[in-house]
Design a protein around this ligand. Structure first.
Ligand SMILES: O=C(CO)[C@H](O)[C@H](O)COP(=O)(O)O
Ligand SMILES: [Co+2]
Length: 213
């Protein structure tokens, strides 16, 4: 069964606890961190993540859209992240192995995200060590954008690599997910669907979550 990860980016921050209580039908929370440098937008950081972790037992999927993620990983781990996902485009190739090992040694799951213009092939040396690969189906930075179908082929490729090599990573897709695009991703072999505006702009969050499963 596919997992749903509502993106808090589209929640009403003035009543965050109520918003979190209303997404209990999902297993995960997707937490989008933006620094105004790697992406042209600013969201929230690790202190709010800690507060979120105090009011829920849900799995906290932290999507770091920040430059130099290694500087902040400890802060997010100490704020109870369940999974740290950094961007391939935000780091140098020779630090990726160390970053993966660092997070895993602290018993936190680790993933790498790729933007729409980044090929799956760049991840080949790392796939055997990852808990998750995040396929961006929009340019990172904003919620409410249109799904880019380039993600569907990437999901298929990752699903076949996983099967052929007995890898363990989950395949997550993020951006422009609704009932229609969710179906395309299901068929391609996705494991986790991130959805922000589709859920938080709906009248009934539970119904919106169930409609994506
Ligand atoms: O990482 C993100 C943006 O960079 C968000 O997770 C994503 O955009 C979710 O929002 P929506 O479902 O509204 O597209
Ligand atoms: Co995200």
């Amino acid at each position: 069964m596919v997992k749903i990860a509502p993106s808090l980016l589209s929640a009403d921050f003035a009543c965050l606890k109520d918003e979190i209580d209303k997404i209990k039908a999902a297993q995960w929370i997707h937490y989008d961190v933006m620094d105004g440098h790697f992406v042209p937008n600013i969201s929230f950081g690790y202190s709010i993540l800690k507060d979120v972790s105090k009011v829920t037992d849900m799995y906290l999927d932290v999507h770091l859209m920040i430059s130099e993620p290694s500087k902040y990983i400890d802060n997010f781990i100490n704020s109870n992240a369940s999974l740290i996902v950094f961007h391939y485009e935000a780091v140098s190739k020779d630090e990726i192995d160390d970053l993966i090992n660092y997070v895993k040694n602290q018993n936190v799951d680790v993933g790498i995200a790729i933007k729409p213009n980044t090929d799956v092939e760049v991840l080949l040396p790392f796939l055997g060590k990852l808990d998750l690969v995040l396929v961006m189906s929009v340019e990172p930075g904003f919620g409410g954008q249109k799904f880019n179908p380039i993600a569907v082929d990437k999901i298929k490729k990752l699903a076949s690599l996983k099967q052929d090599n007995n890898y363990n990573y989950l395949i997550e897709v993020d951006g422009g997910i609704n009932e229609t695009t969710a179906k395309l991703c299901h068929q391609a072999g996705v494991d986790v669907l991130v959805a922000g505006s589709y859920i938080f702009n709906s009248d009934d969050y539970t119904k919106a979550i169930e409609s994506l499963k």
